[in-house]
Every structure is written in structure tokens, then in C-alpha cells.
Write a protein that binds this ligand. Structure first.
Ligand SMILES: Cc1ncc(COP(=O)(O)O)c(C=O)c1O
Length: 377
């Protein structure tokens, strides 16, 4: 143990302002950074309580829902994912999880840890499920909870959701949808689709730093929760307790990360100012421009156009090109972060996020020029 610290060994950190074009975090609007510089107030201060109320209203707008429960979980996207599972899964309960990538696997793992009797259906990474496949699985073995990923960040595939909620409901189950990489960037209308639980993270299309996990439960999901026979195994993520803090009683549960809530509020104001439909359209227009540029460079996308996410593009690394060397040069010479593949796609793809404040033409043009230079010159 050291009794003295040589402070010269610990210089102040000077972190670069990167162009973040990976799968997250995305870049943060300067307005959000400004909002984060505001002084702390207490987490029960009337001004903070007002901000909490307004945040819930803006989250309902972002999710396209009238659900009463729409709050940010204190924690990253994995915390909102775990809150969805912890509150709905009980030991021995039959659960169905659809896996076509890394995050579907994480959902299944969480459901198992909460004691669920988990059945999985699989699709090769990059493919998506048909509603029929979900129906067949439920016919083969009924489930009480079904989990599926809308935007699979490990592959860049967008899971079509039409019909799935209806099928799930017809089989007496509730539907959880992971929208970490889609919320506010990719069209998603929770109420219209009939999704019962949806969760996300702040660091993707919402373009705030990582640290909060927006989540919404509809009445059917709350009813499912009320029928629990045992308390939620996680005290921190027990929504009946967390809700009491976000609801009219403001009962103390934990100290909300105040500054992150300033950030989310400002980021959601920006979403509302832009207009959610306009924001979806911007993500699409910019990604289409990027895809055209990739085609001009003879670079192939992993996912066919009909299921390709507009928030995250996966590029097949051409034969003979050094994955790590290109990514290192992008970072060192162009200040651009993109990411490599995960799991079975490691070394095979690059993942390029065009999310929120990162989804801008100048970023796309620079990345295309950089890829051209690094691959062909
Ligand atoms: C689809 C999906 N689900 C869940 C998560 C987990 O979120 P976090 O890393 O914020 O905990 C991520 C993170 O990238 C994700 O992309």
C-alpha cells in the first residue's frame, strides 16, 4: 500500500473528441454536454421532480406510447434489459427467447439466471425471424414471456415486429422487445405494435452518454407483474419499488444519477424538437447515402437491404484486408471510431453506427474517403 502518491504520475486526462461511428456510444450533442454542466440539485428537489415528470412525458413520445410507466432505469441498457427480465420471470416460468445474435443470447442468459424455464429459437446471426416461427415455437411449447431483439447490434439486422405481439398475446404471453440500438433512430411504435415491454439505452440513437436505460411497461405487463408469487429477486431493479420513486409519492429508492438525467432530458428535448418521424427519416437518408458510397467502393453489407438497420451498418471485410489495421488507422489518422465484429462475426465484419448526433453527412463522407484510402491506396 502506498502512503504517498507522486501526482506527476497521474496527469489530468485529456481525452480526444472522437468521431464516434461504432455501435455505441454515439456522439453527444453539445447541448447535452452543456446540460450536464448544470449544478447538482437534490434528487427530491422540486426542480428535479419536475424534470423527472417531463422526462417521462418525453419518453412516452420517444416510445410512441401512452403507457403510464415510462422511466429511465439507473444503469446502462443491460440494466433495463435485466429489469425487463427480473420483473417478469419467476423460477420455473416457461420463457421463449429468439436468438439471432449476441444480445438475444444475453436475454436468454438473464432469463435463465432468474430461474426461467427457457426455450430458445435460433436463426443464424444476421437473419431475422418470421412471425410464423415465433408462433410455431409457442405452439410447440407455451411460454409466459417472449423476448426478441428489434435491432441486433451484433449483426445490423432489423427484426420485423408486425404480427408478433398479436401471436404472443393469443398464446397468453407478454412480449419484451430490446430497442437499445433503435429507439428514436429506427421506426418503432410500441402501442401500435402491441409491444408490452420495451427497453433501450441512452448512448445510441438518443445520443446521450451511457448510463440510463429507458424502459416502458404497458398495463398487460404490469398485470403480469402483479400476479407474481415471489418478490423480484433483484432489489435494485424491482420496478414496484422504482416506480414508487418515479410516481407521485416520490418514495426514496436510490439516489438517481442526477447529471445523467439532465443529459437524457436535454437529449429527449432534441428528439422532440427534430420530430421523431423526421429523426427516423434522417437516419434512413444518411444511411442510404452511406450504403451508396460503400457500393461505389465495392464494399458489401452483411445484411440484405430489406432487413438492414438504418442505425447500424455491418460491412463485410474484403478478403486480404487487415481488420485491426484499418480500424487502428481510422482512429489514429482520422480520429474515427468504428468497431469490429462480435462472436461468430469477429474478424469478418466492421460495425458502423450512424446514430443520433453521429448520423451526419460530414461524418459519412469522411469515413468513406478514409476507407477508400486505407483499403485501396
Ligand atoms: C441490442 C443491445 N441490447 C443490449 C445492450 C446492452 O446495453 P449496455 O451496453 O448499455 O449495457 C446493447 C449494447 O450495445 C445492445 O446493443
Amino acid at each position: 500500500m502506498k502512503d504517498m502518491i507522486d501526482i506527476q504520475q497521474f496527469p489530468a486526462s485529456h481525452l480526444p473528441a472522437r468521431i464516434l461511428m461504432g455501435p455505441g456510444p454515439s456522439m453527444v450533442d453539445p447541448r447535452v454536454y452543456q446540460a450536464m454542466a448544470a449544478p447538482l440539485v437534490g434528487h427530491l428537489d422540486p426542480e428535479f421532480v419536475r424534470l423527472m415528470d417531463r422526462t417521462q412525458e418525453l419518453l412516452r413520445y420517444a416510445f410512441r406510447t401512452e403507457n403510464k410507466l415510462a422511466i429511465p432505469i439507473s444503469g446502462t441498457g443491460s440494466a433495463s434489459m435485466e429489469a425487463s427480465i427480473a420483473n417478469t420471470v419467476e423460477p420455473g416460468m416457461p420463457i421463449l427467447i429468439c436468438i439471432n445474435g449476441y444480445f438475444g443470447e444475453r436475454l436468454a442468459e438473464m432469463a435463465r439466471r432468474y430461474g426461467g424455464d427457457v426455450t430458445v429459437i435460433n436463426r443464424p446471426w444476421g437473419e431475422v425471424f418470421t412471425s410464423k416461427e415465433v408462433e410455431e415455437a409457442l405452439k410447440a411449447k407455451p411460454a409466459k414471456v417472449v423476448g426478441i431483439v428489434h435491432a441486433e447490434t451484433s449483426t445490423g439486422a432489423e427484426q420485423p415486429l408486425a404480427e408478433i405481439a398479436k401471436i404472443v398475446h393469443n398464446h397468453g404471453a407478454i412480449l419484451i422487445v430490446d430497442a437499445v440500438t433503435s429507439l428514436t433512430g429506427v421506426p418503432l411504435k410500441i402501442d401500435e405494435l402491441g409491444v408490452d415491454i420495451c427497453y433501450s439505452g441512452t448512448q445510441k440513437c438518443i445520443s446521450a452518454p451511457p448510463g440510463l436505460g429507458p424502459i416502458t411497461f404497458n398495463e398487460r405487463a404490469l398485470e403480469h407483474m402483479r400476479r407474481r408469487t415471489k418478490p423480484v429477486a433483484s432489489w435494485y431493479l424491482d420496478l414496484s419499488l422504482v416506480q414508487a420513486y418515479w410516481g407521485p409519492n416520490r418514495s426514496y429508492h436510490h439516489t438517481a444519477p442526477i447529471t445523467m438525467n439532465y443529459a437524457l432530458y436535454e437529449a429527449l428535448r432534441i428528439v422532440a424538437e427534430e420530430g421523431i418521424e423526421n429523426r427516423w427519416a434522417r437516419h434512413r437518408a444518411n444511411s442510404e447515402m452511406f450504403w451508396e458510397g460503400l457500393e461505389d467502393l465495392n464494399l458489401k453489407c452483411l445484411i440484405p437491404r430489406e432487413n438492414r438497420l438504418t442505425s447500424l451498418t455491418t460491412i463485410v471485410i474484403p478478403e486480404g484486408v487487415d481488420d485491426a489495421a484499418v480500424r487502428k488507422a481510422l482512429l489514429d489518422d482520422y480520429n474515427i471510431e468504428i468497431s469490429g465484429g462480435l462472436g461468430v462475426l469477429k474478424g469478418k465484419i466492421w460495425r458502423v453506427g450512424l446514430m443520433g448526433y453521429s448520423s451526419r453527412k460530414e461524418n459519412i463522407l469522411l469515413l468513406l474517403a478514409a476507407l477508400n484510402k486505407l483499403i485501396y491506396k
